[in-house]
Design a protein around this ligand. Structure first.
Ligand code: UDP
Length: 330
C-alpha cells in the first residue's frame, strides 16, 4: 500500500521538526516546508537523506503548490515568540491569515485533512482561570502581541469557515507553552533565555516581579496530543498543554538549581500585555483523546538542558535572528 503523504509547514522550526520526525517514524511520506525566517535547517538536517522526506523552501503566505496527492496538512509555520512578533509583525500577521487561507485552499483541492497550530494566546490575558476552550478571551488587538493573537484568532475563524462552508476536514489545537530540544536559544522565550544565561554565566532576567504564571509542556507530550487530535473526528478547538502551573520567579529558581549556576535573578520591566496567569484546562483532551501529559518538568528540563549544553560556543553567543544566510551556497 502507498504511504500516506503529509505536508508540514514550519518544518524547520521547533515543533515542525519534531512533527516531521514523528510522521517519518510512523511510516508517512513527509513534505517539510519553511521560509527559514525563524526556522533552522539544522533541526531537520538528519532527515535529508531519508527518501520519504522532501523539503520545499517556500513562504506559505504566497500561493502554495504541491504536486500529487496529499492526505494531511499541518500548519505550523509562524513566528512564535513575543520577540519575533516585535521584529517581524507583518510576516506574523500574513502567515496566520494569508498562509492559512492558501493552505486551506490546498486542503480543499486535495481532499486533505488540515490541522492548524493555534495557541493559548487566543485567550489573551485571560479573565478566567484555568482556560477552557469555551472562553473567548481577553485580547488587545492593537498591542504588540496583537499581530500574533489576532492572526491566530483569524486563523481559527477561517478554518471553521472552510470546515462549515466547504466541508474541509479541519482540526484546531490550542498550544500552551511548550519546551524541549530545538527551541531557538536566542528567541527570547523564557526557558532558552534562562538556560542560555546560566550557560553564559549571566544573571537570569525575570520580567516584572516574577509572579506571572505559566504551565510548561514537554514537546513529546504535545506531539502525542497533536497526533491524537489529527486522527480524531473533532473539529472544534482543543487545548493541549501541561497544567502544572508555576510562577516565573519559581521557574528561575528551578533553572538555577538545574544548571548549578552561581548567578542571581535580576528584574526587568514586564513586557506590554504579558499575560498574568496561564494554565490550560485539559479536561476535553482527556475526554475525547484520552490524552494527558506524561513527562514531568524535572525530567523534561533535564533533557532540554542536555540539548542546550551540546550547542557550540558560536550558537551560545549568537544574537542574530535569521538563520538562513549560512545555508546559501555562495
Ligand atoms: N520572561 C522572563 N524573562 C525572560 C523571558 C521571559 O521573565 O528572559 C517571562 C515573560 O515576561 C513571560 C514568561 O516569562 O511572563 C513567558 O515568556 P515567553 O516569552 O516564554 O512566552 P509567553 O508565555 O509570554 O508567550
Amino acid at each position: 500500500m502507498d504511504k500516506k503523504k503529509v505536508l508540514i509547514t514550519g518544518a524547520a522550526g521547533f515543533l515542525g521538526s519534531h512533527l516531521c520526525d514523528r510522521f517519518i517514524k510512523d511510516g508517512y511520506k513527509v513534505i517539510g516546508m519553511d521560509n527559514l525566517i525563524t526556522g533552522n535547517l539544522a533541526n531537520i538536517e538528519h532527515l535529508f537523506s531519508n527518501e520519504d522526506f522532501e523539503f520545499y523552501h517556500h513562504d506559505v503566505s504566497n500561493y502554495v503548490y504541491v504536486p500529487g496527492n496529499l492526505d494531511y496538512i499541518l500548519h505550523f509555520a509562524s513566528p512564535a515568540s513575543p520577540i519575533d512578533y516585535l521584529k517581524i509583525p507583518i510576516q506574523t500577521l500574513k502567515v496566520g491569515s494569508l498562509g492559512t487561507h492558501n493552505l486551506l485552499g490546498l486542503a480543499k483541492n486535495k481532499g486533505a485533512r488540515m490541522l492548524i497550530a493555534s495557541t493559548s494566546e487566543v485567550y489573551g490575558d485571560p479573565l478566567i482561570h484555568p482556560q477552557v476552550e469555551e472562553y473567548w478571551g481577553n485580547v488587545n488587538p492593537v498591542g504588540p502581541r496583537g499581530v500574533y493573537d489576532e492572526a491566530k484568532r483569524f486563523q481559527e475563524a477561517i478554518t471553521m469557515a472552510y470546515h462549515r462552508y466547504h466541508g474541509v476536514e479541519t482540526r484546531i489545537v490550542r498550544i500552551f507553552n511548550t519546551y524541549g530540544p530545538r527551541m531557538r536559544l536566542n528567541d527570547g522565550r523564557v526557558l532558552p533565555a534562562f538556560i542560555g544565561q546560566a550557560l553564559r554565566g549571566e544573571d537570569l532576567t525575570v520580567f516584572g516581579d516574577g509572579t506571572q504564571t505559566r504551565s510548561f509542556c514537554y514537546v513529546d507530550d504535545l506531539i502525542e496530543g497533536i497526533m491524537r487530535l489529527l486522527m480524531s473526528d473533532y473539529a472544534e478547538p482543543v487545548n493541549i498543554g501541561n497544567s502544572d502551573e508555576l510562577t516565573i520567579g519559581e521557574f528561575a529558581e528551578e533553572i538555577i538549581k538545574l544548571t548549578g549556576t552561581d548567578q542571581k535573578v535580576i528584574y526587568k520591566e514586564l513586557p506590554t500585555d504579558d499575560p498574568t496567569r496561564r494554565r490550560p484546562d485539559t479536561t476535553l483532551a482527556k475526554k475525547i483523546l484520552d490524552w494527558e501529559p506524561k513527562v514531568s518538568r524535572e525530567e523534561g528540563l533535564k533533557i532540554t538542558y542536555e540539548y542546550f549544553k551540546g550547542l557550540s560556543e558560536e550558537e551560545l553567543y549568537k544574537k542574530d535572528h535569521n538563520t538562513f544566510e549560512k545555508y546559501i551556497v555562495k
